[in-house]
Design a protein around this ligand. Structure first.
Ligand SMILES: Nc1ncnc2c1ncn2[C@@H]1O[C@H](COP(=O)(O)OP(=O)(O)OP(=O)(O)O)[C@@H](O)[C@H]1O
Length: 246
């Protein structure tokens, strides 16, 4: 398949409530996509399904050139396939420096006994410096993460995700709580990343979505209500009724 991720006809019911209802979604290997929709539309549940946290009752989730069936894999296996998720609240280790946080996130040996004896090599330090530069923290390598601004912590976390070499990044409300300057830098970072990755951004801030200048998927009641450019979806009367016009 030419898409990196292809989700078709998924549904999930919680205690009789259909949170996802015959949802289909696909994204290419170098594509930026914004997912918007009212509270309870199913955005989080959709990401939970892609990352293996929630199992759909029906439907398919296929991944990569070999159309791997992600529904057969557990969360850790899906992450290893190259799917990274960034939650809204940053979870960096505040007592560690930027460099230390990035080093911990590198694709180093993970078996318990090897981790104990693992010593970063010159190439690992170079990779950490490159990751920091990529997310705009090149000058902040030695700073304690707890001292960073909210926006910088978000970028550090994106850097830690990138350290795992994902092909798809799922990013939840990256602009929340950011200053205008930080939002602009975040836009530039996501646009740049999407030249070489699939990037799905869940966001409520419509100004931020407009600046992303990408295809938009509108979810409502667990299904795709509209898809296309932001101008296209915001002209859709149903989208206005259920989301924009509130
Ligand atoms: N584990 C669960 N058990 C029961 N209901 C759930 C569960 N998870 C989600 N839901 C329900 O499914 C619906 C979709 O929720 P979801 O969190 O995916 O929406 P969302 O679009 O992410 O909303 P928001 O913008 O508020 O984050 C909601 O009505 C929610 O209450």
């Amino acid at each position: 398949m030419t898409e990196l991720l292809e989700v078709s006809g998924i549904s999930v019911t919680f205690d009789g409530f259909r949170a996802i209802n015959n949802l289909s979604f696909s994204i290419g290997p170098a594509e930026l996509r914004a997912v918007i929709g009212p509270n309870g539309a199913g955005k989080t549940t959709f990401m939970d399904i892609v990352t293996g946290k929630t199992r759909p009752d029906e439907g398919r989730v296929l991944w990569g050139e070999r159309s791997i069936d992600l529904l057969k894999l557990d969360e850790a296996q899906i992450a290893r396939q190259g799917i990274g998720r960034k939650f809204q609240r940053p979870t960096v280790f505040e007592d560690q420096t930027v460099a230390e946080n990035l080093m911990m996130a590198l694709k180093a040996p993970r078996s318990p006994w090897r981790v104990l004896v693992w010593k970063p090599k010159a190439a690992d330090h170079a990779r950490v410096a490159a990751l920091a530069a990529q997310v705009g923290l090149g000058e902040a390598l030695a700073r304690k993460s707890g001292e960073l601004s909210h926006g910088q912590k978000q970028w550090l976390e994106i850097g830690m995700l990138l350290a795992q070499e994902p092909r798809l990044l799922l990013v939840d409300e990256p602009a929340a709580g950011m200053t205008l300057a930080e939002r602009e830098q975040t836009t530039a970072l996501l646009v740049e990343l999407a030249k070489t990755h699939a990037v799905v951004v869940v966001e409520h801030d419509m100004d931020f979505v407009r600046r992303l200048n990408c295809k938009v998927t509108v979810l409502h009641e667990g299904a795709v209500l509209a898809e296309g450019s932001l101008d296209h979806v915001t002209a859709n009367q149903q989208v206005i009724d259920v989301y924009l016009g509130r």
